[in-house]
Design a protein around this ligand. Sequence first.
Ligand code: GLP
Length: 246
Amino acid sequence: MSSRIDVCVLDDASAVAVAAAGLFAELLRRRPDAVLGLATGSTPEPVYAEMVRLHRDEGLGFARARAFNLDEYLGLDGDHDQSYRFFMQKHLFDHVDIFPWNTFVFDGKTADPEQECLAFEAKIRAVGGVDLWLLGLGTNGHIAFNEPGSDPTSRSRVVTPDAETAEANSRHFADPAEVPTEALTAGVSTILDGRQIVLVALGAHKADAVARAIEGNRSPDCPASLLQGHADCTFLLDRAAASQLS
Ligand code: GLP
């Protein structure tokens, strides 16, 4: 079966960022109270820089928007500089007019992770679902912290990131031993329930995962390939990330 994923190959990271931020801008202009699904990692950083620029220079408003983040490290406080809450404040929330009470990132310090996941899913349901998820991509094909083998019907839950993921993410930590061994993540189903999905991938080190996601079998072995089952999913790629597509 051919993939239903739309693929858009652009010249470089900044063109990818402009295109991804443009999808969010178009959504927010059409629906100011939109429900945004957001990601962390190096890849989305220029996307948020462009959203901030659109807010500052072109009046893009977030005052009625709600935002849900894909994942968070278990055990890290939102003030920890490697927490995903900290990342979101630093790269987006502190620079636009979104209200803090409309930003939902798992609480990494929760005393009850299972309840935290149930509450996250309930909040998404209460606002009518996510309109547009932004996703990055792991070199092993993971989306959020849904690692190879993740159940396609999975919902938000506690997971143990793979060694490859921990190794890749350790570059952000002063001491690799500090990388948390557990995380909270939106499930594959939580992501697939979104009305629209845009995945961004940059660089040759993502090319194999990109090719498996788009042209490989739809299988939990490559969680991003499960996006083939979604009706409105676009991959925004630079040339290097697209280099292994046939
Ligand atoms: C982490 C996050 C993912 C992200 C991935 C890729 O593992 N949990 O959501 O997509 O990193 O990050 P980067 O964009 O830095 O390559």
